[in-house]
Ligand binder design. Structure first.
Ligand SMILES: NC(=O)C1=CN([C@@H]2O[C@H](COP(=O)(O)OP(=O)(O)OC[C@H]3O[C@@H](n4cnc5c(N)ncnc54)[C@H](OP(=O)(O)O)[C@@H]3O)[C@@H](O)[C@H]2O)C=CC1
Ligand SMILES: Nc1nc(=O)c2c([nH]1)NC[C@@H]1CN(c3ccc(C(=O)N[C@@H](CCC(=O)O)C(=O)O)cc3)C=[N+]21
Length: 297
């Protein structure tokens, strides 16, 4: 079979449209503009591109966008002071500190210094705990965007076997929590998993969040399964130049799967759309207003 391509780019545009409508209403009815602050430490060119496109889309949906670039060698105290300033700023409803941070900075400490109500990445221990216990929280953007696409494609996920490859705090673990919340039978695989192909073959839903280009092969996939490819890897093209590929080998997987997300144009755009949705949700909660439906988990 040839897989249905799940168009994350189009889905994300739809989500951003919904966010923009709510933002317009917030402004009109309450005179409030949601604000998102991104803190970028260092000069990593890939990160800079990502931050720029986030900033552009934030403004497109009518929000305030602020970027704070800090020197690679910034001290932990200076970075913590910046986070504190943003925590105290009533015009800022969402704070994102771009990861990974340079090695001399303790990222757990920095993330946990963000006001949990403004933690639009959902990485603060308090949001992690709320998600794990099924309570209202800020839900990490990449897993949330992946869940939205899965729900849209399957309707109910109840009883499906899901295998998440990767156990990071930013993708694998929260993804597994969300799938469990939707009553999937969840397996988390990682670098020590024995016979990964046979584990993946049990899955109705495969989420690949490994960081290894084109690792998941078509003959690992149960015919008809859904493949969510979170990976963003830049590889060299034989004819020169580079291109983006996921953690799944797209052609061989698409030949067997029932549905698959492409890279680019799959999970990536949904991540940014969910960041904007989380900023809107945070703004509504901060002002005691009803939050938009369908934009949280
Ligand atoms: N589309 C988007 O919006 C986003 C995309 N990404 C991309 O997603 C990918 C994963 O990101 P992230 O979770 O941060 O990555 P991490 O490097 O933090 O985690 C990777 C995980 O994959 C596991 N792993 C590594 N090699 C293997 C292997 N050979 N077999 C099985 N498991 C393996 C690791 O296992 P172990 O724990 O045992 O080491 C680890 O748990 C990257 O490509 C990243 O660029 C990330 C965030 C957002
Ligand atoms: N605190 C924090 N939160 C994050 O969510 C976070 C982070 N740090 N650090 C880096 C990773 C990576 N990430 C991406 C999001 C969108 C695209 C994206 O939109 N990608 C486009 C392609 C972009 C291009 O063509 O270059 C796509 O897949 O179609 C990519 C990568 C979020 N991350």
């Amino acid at each position: 079979m040839t897989a249905t391509v799940i168009d994350g780019k189009a889905f994300a545009a739809k989500v951003r449209g919904q966010v923009a409508e709510h933002v317009a209403k917030l402004k009109e009815e309450h005179g409030i503009t949601p604000g998102l602050a991104v803190v970028l430490v260092g000069e990593d060119p890939a990160s800079q591109v990502y931050v720029k496109s986030k900033g552009k889309m934030t403004v497109e949906v009518g929000m305030k966008s602020v970027e704070h670039r800090m020197d690679e060698n910034v001290s932990e105290a200076e970075l913590l002071a910046m986070v504190q300033k943003l925590n105290d700023d009533p015009t800022i409803h969402g704070i994102l500190v771009q990861l990974p941070l340079p090695g001399h900075l303790n990222s757990d400490l920095v993330i946990n210094s963000i006001d949990p109500a403004k933690d639009v990445d959902g990485f603060h221990i308090s949001n992690v705990g709320l998600l794990g216990t099924g309570q209202k929280s800020m839900v990490p953007c990449t897993p949330l965007g992946s869940l939205m696409m899965l729900r849209d494609h399957h309707g109910s996920l109840s009883g499906l076997n899901a295998v998440v490859i990767g156990r990071s705090n930013i993708v694998g673990k929260p993804m597994a929590q969300l799938l469990l919340g939707d009553s999937c039978t969840v397996t988390i695989a990682h670098s020590r998993t024995k016979d990964l192909p046979s584990v993946v073959r049990q899955a109705d839903i495969v989420v690949a969040a490994v960081g290894r280009p084109q690792m998941v092969l078509g003959d690992w996939i149960k015919p008809g399964a859904t493949v969510i490819d979170v990976g963003i890897n830049r590889i060299d093209k034989p004819e020169g130049g580079t291109r983006l590929v996921g953690d799944a080998d797209y052609d061989s997987c698409a030949a067997v799967a029932g549905a698959i997300t492409p890279v680019p144009g799959g999970v990536g755009p949904m991540t940014i759309a969910c960041l904007l949705a989380n900023t809107l949700t945070a703004c509504c909660r901060a002002n005691g207003l009803t939050e938009p439906e369908g934009l949280t988990a």
